[in-house]
Design a protein around this ligand. Structure first.
Ligand code: ATP
Ligand code: MG
Ligand code: MG
Ligand code: MG
Length: 478
């Protein structure tokens, strides 16, 4: 019997509890930190301690932290390992133990506690971190061929543009050891999966980008629960673990289809539903309600994407109003107690909110879909006549956006499915015109920028598809 996700979480926490770590609850997905929009890692609740701004309550802690990473939204269902919502298991040292213990325990946890074969494990270290290299090599006994020195992008971890940071060392699992040692690239996800990141947190990154040494040396780690579950449960991707698959099954059942028999595109869409429904439920539970700015807009977009994809799949909620998100969300709530013990009690409120938002969106969606369909047919026809590539003009995209509340990323997605590009530059021009013309819109934009100014530095983590700015979002409301 493969180990369940719940058991992996429990055993991780117990492993570190028996090494004098205090087990602390997950913090909210809404961080108590103006520089970050949503909780992207386990370290966030400890940031003031790392920075020396708050006293440590304990020298060592361990958590299973709920996380949201919107910068991974495009990876959802496409890679085997990325979610918007996931749990990060972590062990932390606040000026207590450092590299040696962190590395040795990570190894012991992986090989002894969870029984991963040593010859399947590879590690990375920061390019000039000889100390970490030597601990892995001389003390743990990892062969040099299995230790890769990597650059800043992979092996220097920062939680945002500023704040505590440091070099890191990561553990990877090898699905194909028969491919040998030569020409290996740990980034090759057909072969490897990164599952555990050990951050040697010893600097504070300042506004000007310089690194100031922290008073104490700390340890901050993150192990992706769904990734370890996927390795241990021997399934082809995180989505087919017991942490997510029941949600997918529920959606498939409501669509009258079978995941196992489905084609790749359908499978991907079911994975997106499985992912987004978790994110949506846990965000609403933490008080993030759908709206047109900031965090609320993150939820709104996840809901809208899930609705659109669910409709593509033919998911039906069975009720009179046709809403189906609540029926799937019930499964998420049912599975929630070990992830977040507060969700169940908030269940009714979450389902109500979802139903309202879904119905509201379906109305605009239906009108927008008709219009978009006409536009696409016309674009394809024009392209054929003039022997050019089919595209939607900025004006068309703007009309859908402004008049029909049709999110731009959905226009892009639907158009892409039919091989039609959209003119984003033209769209931005339309947005700019509107901004200039409308004093009311202008005020809202100002408001959004004021609220969002602090968040600007984390925009790469809060952006959905990269081209929709905070201020652009606000204009929709007016
Ligand atoms: P990747 O390179 O695979 O995108 P990462 O380097 O961005 O991962 P870290 O910031 O090091 O991830 O986070 C620590 C751990 O959290 C990762 O090793 C992984 O196990 C897990 N993790 C990170 N992002 C995700 C995600 N989007 N979905 C699921 N697990 C994740
Ligand atoms: Mg990543
Ligand atoms: Mg990585
Ligand atoms: Mg990493």
């Amino acid at each position: 019997n493969p180990v369940s996700g719940d058991a992996i979480r429990r055993r991780f926490l117990e492993f570190y509890a028996s090494r004098s770590h205090k087990v602390l609850p997950s913090a909210s997905l809404v961080p108590d930190d103006p520089t970050v929009l949503l909780t992207i890692a386990g370290m966030l609740q400890f940031k003031p301690i790392f920075l020396g701004k708050a006293p440590r309550q304990v020298p060592r802690a361990t958590t299973a932290q709920k996380c949201i990473r919107t910068n991974d939204v495009e990876n959802v269902g496409r890679t085997t390992r990325h979610h918007t919502f996931f749990e990060m298991l972590g062990n932390f040292s606040f000026g207590d133990y450092f590299k040696k213990e962190a590395i040795k325990w990570a190894w012991e946890l992986s090989t002894k506690e969870f029984g991963l074969p040593a010859d399947r494990l590879w590690v990375s270290v920061y390019e000039d971190d000889d100390e970490a290299f030597e601990i892995w090599h001389d003390e743990v006994g990892v062969p040099a061929e299995h230790i890769k020195r990597m650059g800043e992008e992979d092996n220097f971890w920062t939680s945002g543009a500023t704040g505590p940071c440091g070099p890191c060392s990561e553990l990877y699992y090898d699905f194909h050891p028969e491919r040998g040692y030569k020409n290996t690239d740990l980034g090759d996800d057909s072969r490897f999966i990164e599952f555990y990141n050990l951050v040697f947190m010893q600097y504070n990154k300042m506004d000007d980008g310089s690194l100031e040494p922290l008073k104490q040396k700390n340890i901050d780690t993150g192990l992706g629960l769904e990734r370890l579950a996927r390795i241990l449960q021997k399934v082809p991707n995180n989505y087919e673990t017991d942490l997510i698959y029941p949600i997918i099954e529920k959606a498939a059942e409501l669509a009258n289809i079978s995941y196992a028999l489905a084609d790749d595109r359908t499978k991907m869409n079911l994975k997106i539903i499985g992912d987004h429904l978790r994110a949506i439920v846990y965000l609403i539970s933490d008080g993030v309600l759908p709206s047109n700015i900031g965090r609320g807009y993150v939820v709104r977009r996840l809901i809208r994407r899930a609705v659109r994809i669910g409709r593509l799949l033919g998911v039906s909620g069975g009720g009179e109003d046709g809403a189906f998100l609540p029926a799937i969300a019930e499964k998420v709530i049912e599975m929630s107690p070990h992830i977040d013990p507060d969700v169940k009690a908030r269940g009714h409120g979450i389902l109500d909110e979802l139903q309202r938002e879904e119905l509201r969106f379906v109305q605009t969606l239906e009108r927008g879909e008709k219009l978009l369909d006409q536009m696409l047919a016309e674009a394809l026809l024009n392209a054929q006549k003039s022997e050019t590539l089919p595209f939607l003009s900025g004006k068309e995209v703007f009309l859908l956006y402004d008049t029909f509340g049709f999110p731009v990323e959905i226009t892009t997605e639907v158009a892409g499915e039919r091989g039609v590009k959209i003119d984003m530059d033209g769209f931005e021009v339309e947005m700019e015109n509107q901004r200039r013309q409308s004093q009311a819109a202008h005020n809202i934009v100002k408001l959004a920028v004021e609220n969002g100014g602090d968040l600007a530095e984390n925009v790469h983590d809060t952006e959905f598809l990269g081209y929709d700015t905070l201020s652009a979002r606000a204009v929709v409301e007016s």
